[in-house]
Design a protein around this ligand. Structure first.
Ligand code: AP5
Ligand code: ZN
Length: 210
Protein backbone atom coordinates (compact mmCIF):
# COMPACT_ATOMS: atom_id res chain seq x y z
CA UNK A 1 0.00 0.00 0.00
CA UNK A 2 1.33 3.44 -0.94
CA UNK A 3 0.21 6.23 1.38
CA UNK A 4 0.78 9.98 1.33
CA UNK A 5 0.63 11.96 4.57
CA UNK A 6 -0.38 15.54 3.94
CA UNK A 7 -0.51 18.35 6.47
CA UNK A 8 0.98 21.61 7.64
CA UNK A 9 4.43 21.71 9.25
CA UNK A 10 4.04 20.30 12.75
CA UNK A 11 0.66 18.67 12.05
CA UNK A 12 2.10 15.34 13.19
CA UNK A 13 2.98 13.64 9.88
CA UNK A 14 6.30 12.26 11.15
CA UNK A 15 4.76 11.18 14.45
CA UNK A 16 1.90 9.28 12.78
CA UNK A 17 4.19 7.87 10.07
CA UNK A 18 6.11 6.03 12.82
CA UNK A 19 2.84 4.38 13.91
CA UNK A 20 1.64 3.37 10.40
CA UNK A 21 5.12 2.13 9.54
CA UNK A 22 5.02 -0.34 12.48
CA UNK A 23 1.38 -1.35 11.88
CA UNK A 24 1.78 -2.08 8.15
CA UNK A 25 5.48 -2.95 8.15
CA UNK A 26 6.30 -0.57 5.32
CA UNK A 27 9.01 2.13 5.35
CA UNK A 28 8.47 5.83 5.86
CA UNK A 29 10.06 7.98 3.21
CA UNK A 30 10.53 11.48 4.61
CA UNK A 31 12.01 13.98 2.16
CA UNK A 32 12.62 16.34 5.10
CA UNK A 33 14.73 13.72 6.91
CA UNK A 34 16.60 12.84 3.71
CA UNK A 35 17.34 16.50 3.03
CA UNK A 36 18.53 17.08 6.61
CA UNK A 37 20.82 14.05 6.30
CA UNK A 38 22.20 15.48 3.04
CA UNK A 39 22.82 18.86 4.68
CA UNK A 40 24.59 17.15 7.58
CA UNK A 41 26.72 15.07 5.20
CA UNK A 42 27.52 18.17 3.08
CA UNK A 43 26.55 16.49 -0.20
CA UNK A 44 26.07 18.57 -3.34
CA UNK A 45 22.29 18.67 -3.12
CA UNK A 46 22.49 19.15 0.66
CA UNK A 47 24.44 22.35 0.09
CA UNK A 48 21.87 23.52 -2.47
CA UNK A 49 18.93 22.68 -0.17
CA UNK A 50 20.25 24.26 3.03
CA UNK A 51 19.43 27.92 2.34
CA UNK A 52 15.84 27.16 1.31
CA UNK A 53 15.28 24.91 4.35
CA UNK A 54 16.72 27.44 6.81
CA UNK A 55 14.42 30.13 5.38
CA UNK A 56 11.32 27.93 5.56
CA UNK A 57 11.03 27.83 1.75
CA UNK A 58 10.68 24.74 -0.41
CA UNK A 59 13.69 23.07 -1.96
CA UNK A 60 13.45 23.04 -5.77
CA UNK A 61 11.18 20.42 -7.32
CA UNK A 62 13.95 18.87 -9.45
CA UNK A 63 16.21 18.15 -6.43
CA UNK A 64 13.40 16.65 -4.35
CA UNK A 65 11.89 14.63 -7.21
CA UNK A 66 15.38 13.23 -7.96
CA UNK A 67 16.00 12.01 -4.39
CA UNK A 68 12.48 10.60 -4.10
CA UNK A 69 12.81 8.67 -7.36
CA UNK A 70 16.06 7.04 -6.19
CA UNK A 71 14.60 6.20 -2.79
CA UNK A 72 11.43 4.48 -4.04
CA UNK A 73 13.55 2.30 -6.32
CA UNK A 74 15.24 0.71 -3.28
CA UNK A 75 14.31 -2.90 -2.38
CA UNK A 76 12.54 -2.10 0.92
CA UNK A 77 10.07 0.20 -0.87
CA UNK A 78 8.75 -2.43 -3.28
CA UNK A 79 5.87 -3.60 -1.04
CA UNK A 80 4.56 -0.14 -0.26
CA UNK A 81 5.64 3.00 1.57
CA UNK A 82 4.47 6.06 3.45
CA UNK A 83 5.42 9.40 1.94
CA UNK A 84 5.93 12.02 4.65
CA UNK A 85 6.49 15.51 3.21
CA UNK A 86 6.23 14.55 -0.47
CA UNK A 87 4.61 15.67 -2.72
CA UNK A 88 4.51 19.28 -1.57
CA UNK A 89 3.63 20.96 -4.86
CA UNK A 90 1.36 20.06 -7.77
CA UNK A 91 4.39 19.49 -10.09
CA UNK A 92 5.76 16.99 -7.52
CA UNK A 93 2.41 15.12 -7.51
CA UNK A 94 2.42 15.10 -11.31
CA UNK A 95 5.99 13.74 -11.28
CA UNK A 96 4.87 10.89 -9.01
CA UNK A 97 2.05 10.06 -11.46
CA UNK A 98 4.51 10.22 -14.36
CA UNK A 99 6.77 7.69 -12.55
CA UNK A 100 3.79 5.29 -12.58
CA UNK A 101 3.48 5.24 -8.78
CA UNK A 102 -0.03 4.21 -7.74
CA UNK A 103 -1.18 6.07 -4.63
CA UNK A 104 -3.82 4.24 -2.58
CA UNK A 105 -4.61 6.87 0.05
CA UNK A 106 -3.81 10.44 0.93
CA UNK A 107 -4.34 11.18 4.61
CA UNK A 108 -4.50 14.84 5.52
CA UNK A 109 -3.79 15.53 9.19
CA UNK A 110 -5.56 18.79 9.95
CA UNK A 111 -4.30 21.05 12.74
CA UNK A 112 -5.05 24.80 12.87
CA UNK A 113 -2.11 27.21 12.54
CA UNK A 114 -2.44 28.41 16.18
CA UNK A 115 -1.67 24.91 17.52
CA UNK A 116 1.32 24.52 15.18
CA UNK A 117 3.42 27.24 16.87
CA UNK A 118 3.00 25.56 20.26
CA UNK A 119 3.89 22.15 18.88
CA UNK A 120 6.99 23.26 17.03
CA UNK A 121 8.35 25.33 19.90
CA UNK A 122 8.53 22.17 22.03
CA UNK A 123 9.71 19.77 19.34
CA UNK A 124 13.03 17.97 19.73
CA UNK A 125 14.46 15.68 17.06
CA UNK A 126 17.20 13.12 16.71
CA UNK A 127 19.34 14.09 13.73
CA UNK A 128 20.75 10.59 13.69
CA UNK A 129 17.65 8.36 13.36
CA UNK A 130 14.92 10.97 12.73
CA UNK A 131 12.83 10.15 15.85
CA UNK A 132 10.66 13.05 17.05
CA UNK A 133 9.83 14.16 20.60
CA UNK A 134 8.01 17.00 22.34
CA UNK A 135 9.07 18.47 25.68
CA UNK A 136 5.47 18.41 26.99
CA UNK A 137 3.50 15.98 24.80
CA UNK A 138 6.04 13.27 23.98
CA UNK A 139 9.16 13.60 26.13
CA UNK A 140 12.11 11.25 25.68
CA UNK A 141 12.74 8.88 28.61
CA UNK A 142 16.04 10.60 29.43
CA UNK A 143 16.06 14.35 28.83
CA UNK A 144 18.05 15.31 25.74
CA UNK A 145 18.69 11.69 24.67
CA UNK A 146 17.00 9.73 21.86
CA UNK A 147 15.04 6.67 23.13
CA UNK A 148 15.72 4.83 19.87
CA UNK A 149 19.45 5.29 19.28
CA UNK A 150 20.84 7.04 22.37
CA UNK A 151 22.16 10.05 20.43
CA UNK A 152 21.45 13.66 21.53
CA UNK A 153 18.11 15.23 20.56
CA UNK A 154 18.07 18.86 19.43
CA UNK A 155 15.85 21.77 18.35
CA UNK A 156 15.44 21.91 14.56
CA UNK A 157 16.88 25.08 13.05
CA UNK A 158 13.69 25.80 11.10
CA UNK A 159 11.52 25.62 14.26
CA UNK A 160 12.29 29.23 15.24
CA UNK A 161 8.95 31.14 15.42
CA UNK A 162 9.69 33.46 12.45
CA UNK A 163 10.67 30.51 10.24
CA UNK A 164 7.57 28.59 11.31
CA UNK A 165 5.43 31.50 10.03
CA UNK A 166 7.15 31.31 6.60
CA UNK A 167 6.72 27.54 6.52
CA UNK A 168 2.99 27.89 7.23
CA UNK A 169 2.64 30.49 4.45
CA UNK A 170 4.50 28.21 2.06
CA UNK A 171 2.22 25.34 3.04
CA UNK A 172 -0.99 27.27 2.36
CA UNK A 173 0.27 28.64 -0.94
CA UNK A 174 2.10 25.68 -2.50
CA UNK A 175 1.01 22.48 -0.74
CA UNK A 176 -2.66 22.98 0.22
CA UNK A 177 -3.70 22.84 -3.52
CA UNK A 178 -2.83 19.12 -3.34
CA UNK A 179 -6.01 18.59 -1.32
CA UNK A 180 -7.94 19.45 -4.45
CA UNK A 181 -5.61 17.39 -6.65
CA UNK A 182 -6.16 14.20 -4.63
CA UNK A 183 -9.75 15.07 -3.65
CA UNK A 184 -10.69 14.96 -7.34
CA UNK A 185 -9.12 11.48 -7.56
CA UNK A 186 -11.26 10.35 -4.57
CA UNK A 187 -8.16 9.50 -2.50
CA UNK A 188 -8.20 12.21 0.16
CA UNK A 189 -9.24 11.46 3.75
CA UNK A 190 -8.98 14.30 6.28
CA UNK A 191 -8.48 13.46 9.95
CA UNK A 192 -8.46 15.86 12.92
CA UNK A 193 -4.95 16.02 14.34
CA UNK A 194 -5.60 17.98 17.49
CA UNK A 195 -6.26 15.10 19.87
CA UNK A 196 -3.58 13.28 21.84
CA UNK A 197 -1.00 11.40 19.73
CA UNK A 198 -2.55 7.97 20.55
CA UNK A 199 -6.10 9.12 19.74
CA UNK A 200 -5.00 10.61 16.43
CA UNK A 201 -3.14 7.37 15.66
CA UNK A 202 -6.36 5.41 16.08
CA UNK A 203 -8.24 7.51 13.51
CA UNK A 204 -5.28 7.58 11.16
CA UNK A 205 -5.03 3.76 11.25
CA UNK A 206 -8.78 3.42 10.72
CA UNK A 207 -8.50 5.72 7.69
CA UNK A 208 -5.57 3.70 6.32
CA UNK A 209 -7.36 0.37 6.72
CA UNK A 210 -10.82 1.55 5.52
P1 AP5 B 1 9.83 18.43 6.77
O1 AP5 B 1 10.85 17.78 7.61
O2 AP5 B 1 8.96 17.60 5.92
O3 AP5 B 1 8.99 19.42 7.69
P2 AP5 B 1 7.44 19.81 7.75
O4 AP5 B 1 6.52 19.38 6.68
O5 AP5 B 1 7.52 21.24 8.00
O6 AP5 B 1 6.91 18.92 8.81
P3 AP5 B 1 7.44 18.77 10.21
O7 AP5 B 1 8.51 17.72 10.26
O8 AP5 B 1 7.80 20.12 10.74
O9 AP5 B 1 6.14 18.35 11.00
P4 AP5 B 1 5.33 17.00 11.11
O10 AP5 B 1 3.99 17.19 10.48
O11 AP5 B 1 6.13 15.80 10.67
O12 AP5 B 1 5.10 16.99 12.68
P5 AP5 B 1 5.79 16.10 13.82
O13 AP5 B 1 5.27 14.71 13.77
O14 AP5 B 1 7.25 16.31 13.84
O15 AP5 B 1 10.53 19.49 5.78
C1 AP5 B 1 11.50 20.41 6.23
C2 AP5 B 1 11.96 21.29 5.09
O16 AP5 B 1 12.55 20.46 4.05
C3 AP5 B 1 10.86 22.05 4.36
O17 AP5 B 1 10.56 23.28 5.00
C4 AP5 B 1 11.48 22.23 2.96
O18 AP5 B 1 12.42 23.27 2.95
C5 AP5 B 1 12.22 20.93 2.76
N1 AP5 B 1 11.40 19.90 2.08
C6 AP5 B 1 11.00 18.70 2.59
N2 AP5 B 1 10.27 18.02 1.70
C7 AP5 B 1 10.19 18.82 0.59
C8 AP5 B 1 9.54 18.69 -0.66
N3 AP5 B 1 8.80 17.60 -0.96
N4 AP5 B 1 9.67 19.71 -1.55
C9 AP5 B 1 10.39 20.80 -1.27
N5 AP5 B 1 11.01 21.01 -0.10
C10 AP5 B 1 10.92 20.01 0.83
O19 AP5 B 1 5.10 16.82 15.09
C11 AP5 B 1 5.46 18.14 15.47
C12 AP5 B 1 5.63 18.23 17.01
O20 AP5 B 1 4.36 18.06 17.64
C13 AP5 B 1 6.54 17.12 17.60
O21 AP5 B 1 7.25 17.65 18.67
C14 AP5 B 1 5.54 16.05 18.07
O22 AP5 B 1 6.06 15.29 19.14
C15 AP5 B 1 4.34 16.90 18.49
N6 AP5 B 1 3.07 16.24 18.23
C16 AP5 B 1 2.74 15.46 17.16
N7 AP5 B 1 1.46 15.04 17.26
C17 AP5 B 1 0.96 15.59 18.42
C18 AP5 B 1 -0.31 15.55 19.08
N8 AP5 B 1 -1.34 14.84 18.56
N9 AP5 B 1 -0.45 16.24 20.24
C19 AP5 B 1 0.58 16.96 20.76
N10 AP5 B 1 1.80 17.03 20.19
C20 AP5 B 1 2.00 16.36 19.03
ZN1 ZN C 1 17.73 8.63 17.42
Amino acid sequence: MNIILLGAPGAGKGTQAEVICKALNIPTISTGNMLRAAVKAGTEYGLKAKAAMDAGDLVSDDIVIGILKDRIAEPDAQNGFILDGFPRTVPQAEALDAMGVKIDKVIEIYVPDETIQQRLSGRRVCLDCGATYHTAFKPSKVEGVCDVCGKPIVIRKDDEPATVISRLQTYHKSTAPLKDYYGKQGKLVTVEGQDKVEDTSKIVLEAVKA
